[in-house]
Design a protein around this ligand. Structure first.
Ligand SMILES: Nc1ncnc2c1ncn2[C@@H]1O[C@H](COP(=O)(O)OP(=O)(O)O)[C@@H](O)[C@H]1O
Ligand SMILES: [Mg+2]
Ligand SMILES: [Zn+2]
Length: 257
């Protein structure tokens, strides 16, 4: 299974290199399949000796499922390529780095355990959360990585939309996905209606013991204040879901070093 992932990564790398090497348009090429074995049907037919035909999944299927997972995750290709080795550790960020490493080594997402990376701006919280997301997908679990600004925009748009069904589906997906990582929680001060929807998602995940990760610039107490009406209800669940992996760091912005 790991090999399948490595294959994807290798293909991405080759694609990336090719893209970097030239921006020239190529003439249309004859139709080619990603997998000549099954012509991208993901199923191969096998003729038995007695003439009957049976079907089995092609060897490319696992790889393609994983590829779709990466696409649906919200991570760019570049972000999906990052690993913990890309993170440069300093004295101040060592604690956060080590905790992330422990989380990855213990494959704690398998037990429904979440994580909370709290700290000042530019210490690599988002980067580490993306590294975790990518590692989880290598474990063949689907992940939704969602920046707070996108989530709030979605929720706000839904609030003023007449057709609520699409929105309800989105909420259901956020509640039921194997793993969801909320990036930059508290960045925007939400309206009461938005808080209510946010609470529905968090509460749904909490009740089902779904793996949920968070990053935030705000300590839990401050965060509860920002979510005024639903603050305690939301934050108490976040704390419970991330109990074994919570870290808070203050360090210089990596970009200003
Ligand atoms: N320790 C680090 N090693 C390598 N790159 C880092 C590190 N910390 C931050 N960066 C980079 O600096 C930028 C800001 O990091 P980011 O993860 O967005 O910080 P935060 O989410 O904590 O505000 C990103 O481009 C990130 O890749
Ligand atoms: Mg961030
Ligand atoms: Zn195939």
């Amino acid at each position: 299974m790991t090999n399948a992932f490595e294959q994807i990564i290798e293909n991405l790398r080759i694609k990336h290199e090719a893209f970097k090497a030239s921006n020239i348009m190529h003439p249309a090429e004859p139709l080619q399949y990603d997998c000549p074995l099954c012509e991208d049907r993901e199923i191969v037919l096998i003729e038995q000796e007695d003439g009957s035909v049976s079907a089995r999944n092609c060897q490319c299927k696992a790889r393609k499922i994983q590829k779709r997972m990466f696409k649906a995750s919200g991570l760019t290709e570049e972000q999906a390529l990052m690993t913990i080795d890309d993170y440069n550790v300093s004295l101040e960020t060592k604690k956060m780095y080590q905790m992330t490493k422990d989380y990855l080594c213990g494959q704690s997402w398998r037990e429904g355990k979440g994580f909370a990376l709290v700290g000042s701006v530019g210490v690599g919280k988002t980067m580490l959360a993306q590294i975790i997301a990518s590692a989880i997908m290598r474990d063949f679990k689907s992940v939704i990585f969602i920046p707070t600004t996108s989530l709030m925009a979605e929720l706000l748009a839904a609030q003023f939309s007449n057709d609520k069904s699409e929105f309800e589906q989105r909420i259901e997906r956020l509640i039921n996905a194997d793993v969801v990582i909320f990036d930059d929680v508290g960045k925007e001060k939400p309206t009461e209606w938005v808080q209510n929807q946010y609470f529905r998602i968090i509460d749904g995940r909490y009740n089902q013991r779904k793996t949920t990760g968070y990053t935030s610039n705000y300590e839990f107490g401050k965060l509860a204040e920002r979510f005024s009406e639903f603050g305690d209800a939301i934050i108490s669940r976040i704390i419970a879901m991330t109990r074994d992996y919570q870290v808070s760091v203050k360090a210089q912005d990596y970009r200003l070093r």
